[in-house]
Design a protein around this ligand. Structure first.
Ligand SMILES: NC(=O)c1ccc[n+]([C@@H]2O[C@H](COP(=O)([O-])OP(=O)(O)OC[C@H]3O[C@@H](n4cnc5c(N)ncnc54)[C@H](O)[C@@H]3O)[C@@H](O)[C@H]2O)c1
Length: 282
């Protein structure tokens, strides 16, 4: 997609971090922007911030873990702007610990937001985009965690591997059935966002946690690692370039330590050797 002005972008998880920067980048391109998030106060602030850039910005309180809620997001976006050309399934959450110590609620919460969020997005927006018949682009946010496996963040890795696999399958299916709709998968390295505090939006019905030593260690590690890391704007700029050039894999540069970690896993698979523990040397 080369021209953006007056087209419409929908971004989930748009009240904070990478999603907010995506909304701003699209606004700067002259797009109408629909910001979707579960956190009402931050969403209202984000809508104001994006509107200041001159865009038509519209906030929709959305739980991406609910099919009904994402269906309503799609309907409200189309009611307001007539059509949707860019969808960023970006909302995501994190928790860590040892797999056998984490609760069913931990699993359900991450699967609901990180996997079902993308599933609901594609189930409701792809038919809408097909009905429009114009050029569209879907960007799913996975992570470099989708390309490797590390201990004490297993549920997050699992959901992000699923996000990447789903995105690749969507890419193939659309290339065959609706080639005017393109797909990218954003796989960020660490970025300075509020992800370490994701539990602020954890639903009360999935709130059972097992606060173990490994859980605390994992949460401290993610907070320390993201603080002062990449400004999320860099990722939003990367996404815009990928949409312009129709690039599927949106990855950190080759010299980034996460690329070596991902390559170690690919090499494990190629050589059929046991998984190498190769955390990024940050
Ligand atoms: N920050 C990083 O280091 C990093 C690295 C790789 C991938 N990611 C991914 O980037 C995406 C954005 O995260 P971020 O780092 O900007 O974090 P963030 O916490 O700053 O932003 C995430 C947003 O998602 C929203 N959200 C949470 N649950 C939701 C739900 N059920 N429905 C709708 N919105 C919901 C939150 O309210 C928040 O505004 C996530 O998918 C995350 O997994 C982040």
């Amino acid at each position: 997609m080369k021209a953006f002005a007056n087209k419409t972008a929908v971004v989930t998880g748009a009240a904070s971090g990478i999603g907010l920067e995506l909304a701003k980048v699209f606004a700067e391109q002259g797009m109408n922007v629909v910001l979707a998030d579960i956190e009402q106060n931050k969403l209202s602030e984000a809508v104001e911030e994006v509107a200041k850039l001159g865009a038509e910005a519209f906030g929709v309180l959305t739980d991406v873990g609910s099919g009904e809620s994402v269906k309503a997001l799609c309907e409200k976006s189309v009611d307001r702007f007539g059509s949707v050309q860019v969808l960023c399934n970006n909302a995501g959450v994190y928790t860590g610990g040892q797999l056998w110590e984490q609760t069913e609620d931990d699993y359900e919460w991450l699967i609901k937001v990180n996997q079902w969020g993308i599933i609901h997005g594609l189930r409701h927006f792809v038919p809408q985009m097909i009905s429009q018949g114009d050029e569209c682009h879907i960007v799913n946010t996975a992570s470099m965690a989708a390309m490797c496996t590390l201990p004490f963040a297993g549920i997050y890795h699992m959901t992000k591997h699923a996000a990447l696999a789903l995105s690749e399958c969507l890419f193939h299916e659309l290339a065959i059935s609706a080639p005017q709709i393109n797909v990218s998968c954003l796989c960020p390295e660490l970025a300075n966002t509020a992800i370490a505090n994701a539990s602020r939006n954890r639903p009360s019905e999935l709130n059972e946690e097992n606060i173990t030593e490994m859980h605390n260690m994992s949460m401290t590690a993610i907070a320390d690692a993201t603080a002062g890391s990449l400004p999320p704007r860099v990722l939003a700029d990367r996404v815009l370039e990928a949409i312009k050039d129709n690039i599927f894999y949106i990855l950190p540069p080759e010299e980034d330590p996460w690329r070596a970690t991902a390559n170690a896993r690919l090499e494990d698979l190629r050589l059929v050797r046991n998984p190498t523990l190769a955390p990024p040397a940050i």
